[in-house]
Design a protein around this ligand. Structure first.
Ligand SMILES: [Cu+2]
Length: 146
């Protein structure tokens, strides 16, 4: 009898092991857990957005003096921001080409900038953007967005 019990016990253990083996495959079915390893690739995508954040943070300053814009021509990356600071003692302006209609790139019509004041614009799209001081049309500049 004890042998039969031993055999029964072995059979039960085998069934339990088999049951566990059958259950396990369901965990691999939870292989979507290996999908969380995909977030690993998502994490690698995070640095990308972080890079974009860095690009968004990029700011280039153009000084305005009686002599004009300095630097006159600048090159920035798409998503970069240009800030014009009026370092002169009189009002200046930033307006899109072409004087006097300013219709080439209307967002660039920042208008008058008081002495000591500043104005900024973010350029999301690549291109060449020409502008001038509408109050002193001979003062021109350009922003090249790569
Ligand atoms: Cu103008």
């Amino acid at each position: 009898m004890s042998r039969n019990w031993m055999i029964a016990a072995v059979v039960i253990v085998v069934l339990i092991v088999a049951g566990v083996m059958l259950t396990r495959p369901q965990q691999p079915a939870t292989t979507p857990e290996s999908t969380p390893s995909t977030p690993t690739s998502t994490e690698s995508a995070v640095p990308t957005s972080a890079t974009e954040g860095a690009m968004m943070a990029e700011e280039t300053v153009v000084k305005i003096t009686a002599a004009g814009f300095s630097p006159k021509d600048i090159t920035i990356k798409a998503g970069g921001t240009v800030t014009w600071t009026n370092s002169d003692s009189v009002v200046h302006a930033v307006n899109s080409a072409v004087h006097p209609t300013h219709q080439v790139y209307s967002p660039l019509n920042l208008g008058n900038i008081q002495a000591g004041g500043k104005a900024a614009l973010t350029f999301p799209d690549p291109g060449t953007y020409k502008y001038h001081d509408h109050l002193n049309p001979s003062l021109t500049g350009s922003v090249v967005v790569e």
